[in-house]
Design a protein around this ligand. Structure first.
Ligand code: CTP
Length: 402
């Protein structure tokens, strides 16, 4: 009887211990799970970039690094910035110094300050870093907390003869280089324009049109325009600002005008004159960039909401009413037909024309003067680049655009 009772007590004790052990294991497992959940929530990283949406904030944002010379900014550069941004969440843009570009490529036409301003104003650039090396390293990517380095499918060769991106191959993402547009093209067009006698004296009489670089053509498509567009319209309460012009060779002077114009309201329309109008007024050498190229450049600027492609030269009552314009802006640096501002007489009459100062006095004339003075040196330096560009056209393979 005693033995049976002892066995019974032992069994009760065993059951009690098993239940207690089970409970303990359950408690530990629950806490571990909670701990894990807490740890995951730490993965949310704070970022200054307010374009990130909630779903992107919940995971660690992917940081992409894209460097470049960004000399005489063009729509190929802007499309590179757009595609690189699409490869991650935050785009960190490296800008080489004048000395680094001269050492590895050729002397830049646009200097440090002008190239930095062009990149900083681009709507796809989240962070901009100046004076980065021509050949990036893993240490640089880590220092900038970048997961990837991006580049177009044209690998540059550094001064030492090696591919400039060898060291970051494991973290390299390649996007499609935009065909038919490059600084080399633009410099060639500028040199051709600078060789016209009327440009050398910087007067605007009619001259032969310049359209060199027939080895590759600019190919604007509706996809490209839609990829660059903000797809937005003014809301009822918006204060709509309108500024028009040529915006050829989009530079720091244009950017500072657009920045100042945007400050005057909440929605900025930029009107771009068509090529015929520009040619008639400025001579056959202009515009250096076609209307389609100019449209893409202006759309890349963060101060711009929308553009009017081939806008009317004269700002009429119907234009003002149709676009709900509150203010028309004219800057002190306006070059085109600056001695005849008849086209602004209606906005002036109704009291909505405002002439403003801007931060930069850089104009297309400043750039042309630089080209005229340096054209022989530039022609010499550009020769190799033209050969390289032709070789790229011959050898290019298919890479899908982002
Ligand atoms: N890029 C591009 N499409 C172009 C021109 C440049 O995608 N038509 C890309 C390059 O592949 C690079 C970035 O833009 O990733 C910066 O280019 P940059 O260093 O300024 O020089 P290049 O590639 O030589 O451009 P360019 O010939 O216009 O000077």
């Amino acid at each position: 009887m005693m033995v049976v009772e002892t066995y019974h007590n032992l069994a009760v004790l065993c059951i009690f211990f098993t239940i207690a052990l089970g409970g303990l294991i359950l408690l530990i497992a629950t806490n571990l799970f909670k701990g894990k959940q807490k740890k995951q929530s730490y993965l949310i990283e704070k970022t200054d970039n307010d374009t990130l949406v909630d779903s992107q904030l919940r995971k660690k944002p992917v940081r992409v690094y894209l460097d470049g010379c960004w000399d005489v900014m063009h729509s190929g550069h802007y499309n590179a910035l757009r595609q690189a941004k699409a490869l991650g969440d935050i785009l960190v843009v490296g800008v080489h110094s004048d000395e680094e570009i001269a050492r590895n490529k050729r002397e830049p036409v646009m200097k440090n300050e002008q190239r930095m301003a062009a990149v900083k104003s681009c709507k796809w650039a989240d962070e901009v870093v100046f004076d980065v090396p021509y050949s990036p390293s893993i240490a640089l990517l880590d220092e900038l907390k970048c997961d990837y380095c991006a580049h177009g499918d044209d690998m540059p060769v550094a001064a030492n003869g090696k591919s400039a991106y060898d060291a970051v191959m494991d973290r390299l993402k390649i996007f499609r280089r935009t065909p038919g547009i490059s600084t080399t093209h633009l410099i060639q067009r500028l040199i051709d324009a600078a060789n016209q006698p009327s440009i050398q004296s910087l007067n605007n009489s009619l001259t032969k049109p310049t359209r060199s670089a027939s080895w590759s053509s600019f190919l604007p498509s509706s996809h490209r325009i839609s990829a660059f567009s903000n797809n937005t319209v003014p809301k009822k309460d918006d204060t709509v600002i309108y500024i028009d012009g040529v915006f050829d060779l989009f530079h720091v002077g244009h950017i500072s005008a657009l920045k100042a114009a945007k400050k005057m309201g909440t929605f900025l329309y930029v009107g771009l004159y068509n090529d015929d109008i520009v040619r008639k007024i400025m001579g056959n050498c202009f515009p250096i960039q076609s209307l389609q190229e100019r449209v893409l450049n202006v759309l890349s600027c963060k101060y711009v909401d929308d553009v009017i492609i081939g806008c009317p030269f004269e700002i009429s009552e119907s234009t003002i009413k149709s676009l709900h314009i509150s203010k028309v802006i004219l800057t002190k640096n306006t070059l085109i037909a600056s001695n005849n501002l008849e086209r602004y007489s209606y906005p002036k009459k109704i009291g909505i024309l405002e002439t403003i100062e801007t931060e930069s006095d850089f104009t297309t004339k400043t750039l042309m003067r630089r080209i005229v003075n340096d054209r022989e040196k530039l022609q010499q330096q550009n020769k190799n680049r033209v050969e390289k560009a032709k070789k790229y056209v011959e050898e290019q393979t298919y890479v899908e655009e982002q």
